[in-house]
Design a protein around this ligand. Structure first.
Ligand SMILES: C[S@@+](CC[C@H](N)C(=O)[O-])C[C@H]1O[C@@H](n2cnc3c(N)ncnc32)[C@H](O)[C@@H]1O
Length: 280
């Protein structure tokens, strides 16, 4: 039974990290005049009102997108991400937050394709309404991890895959690693970004170890924490593990993450990690 709803969390510090990294990757991949396939294994519904009961219940967006809104002099990759959020809001006021599929949709060109998977029936219905009639998008109300493996390699032979599970079940940490290994066997040149939350640090250490031992090369990690690790407090940081990142990504995150850690960090405890887990 799926109970996670992204509407409670849209625009929080984890979305800022995730969508800044995703925007940087897409920006780079669009430089080449060749079709690109974007596949989102856990899409959510794609659009969130920050005035909804859910969003207002947690107000997580206050220590996320709200801290960037209206600010000048942002690091260029953060400014580029913010531009996507601005484009999603018809007014100059921040009212809506774009989910990952909407950010990708805004950025991609006519020649590109999107595959969106969402398992929850209501979220899927909302997503279908949000993107109805869009012929570049294929949507499926099914398991995104299975969908990923089944669709690799994409016919374009150029792909960005975002894996953004809700980790409601503990076995998901293992499943995502196993799926990445399978998908990578089928499509070794794809760019894969796996989002993870840090609730219990040892779970993420284990995930990193498994990826290190997987034989997959060229893996980088980008993490943004707002407080020191604490299992009692819930998620205090989150990260993106990127396989085959653009060569520009590490430099862009070096520009961005110190700023985000300082801006979103609580009580001076903000921190970041930028690491090459496996070299090329
Ligand atoms: C963290 S949210 C996605 C947020 C979205 N990627 C974004 O950045 O805007 C995770 C979503 O995955 C969905 N989900 C959970 N398990 C799934 C699965 N096995 N396959 C596809 N979707 C799943 C949940 O219903 C939820 O909407």
């Amino acid at each position: 039974m799926l109970s996670y709803r992204h509407s409670f969390h849209a625009g929080n510090f984890a979305d800022v990290l995730k969508h800044t990294v995703a925007t940087s990757i897409i920006n780079y991949m669009l430089k080449k005049d060749k079709p690109l396939c974007y596949l989102d294994t856990h899409s959510g519904c794609g659009a969130y009102s920050l005035q909804s009961t859910e969003a207002l219940k947690t107000k997580e967006f206050n220590n996320g997108i709200v801290q960037l809104w209206g600010r000048d002099e942002l690091p260029a990759p953060v400014a580029s991400y913010l531009e996507q959020v601005i484009e999603f809001n018809a007014q100059s006021k921040l009212e809506f937050y774009p989910g990952s599929p909407s950010i990708a949709r805004q950025m991609l060109r006519e020649m590109d394709r999107l595959f969106l998977f969402e398992l929850h029936p209501n979220e899927f219905t909302n997503m279908r309404e949000n993107f109805s009639g869009d012929r570049q998008i294929k949507m499926a109300n099914s398991d995104g991890l299975q969908g990923l493996v089944a669709n690799m390699p994409p016919k374009e032979r150029r792909g960005f895959i975002l894996i953004d599970p809700s980790y409601e079940v503990k076995t998901e940490y293992q499943e995502v690693v196993d799926t990445l290994i399978q998908a990578h066997k089928r499509f070794a040149t794809g760019t894969y970004a796996l989002w993870y939350p840090v609730v219990n640090r040892h779970t993420i250490d284990q995930m990193e170890r498994e990826l290190l031992q997987s034989g997959i090369r060229n893996i980088q990690l980008f993490e943004l924490g707002i407080e020191a690790d604490s299992a009692e407090k819930g998620m205090t940081s989150s990260g993106m593990i990127v396989i085959n990142p653009p060569w520009t990504l590490q430099k862009e995150m070096q520009e961005s993450l110190p700023f985000l850690a300082q801006t979103l960090g609580q009580n001076g405890e903000g921190f970041y990690r930028i690491e090459t887990l496996v070299a090329e």
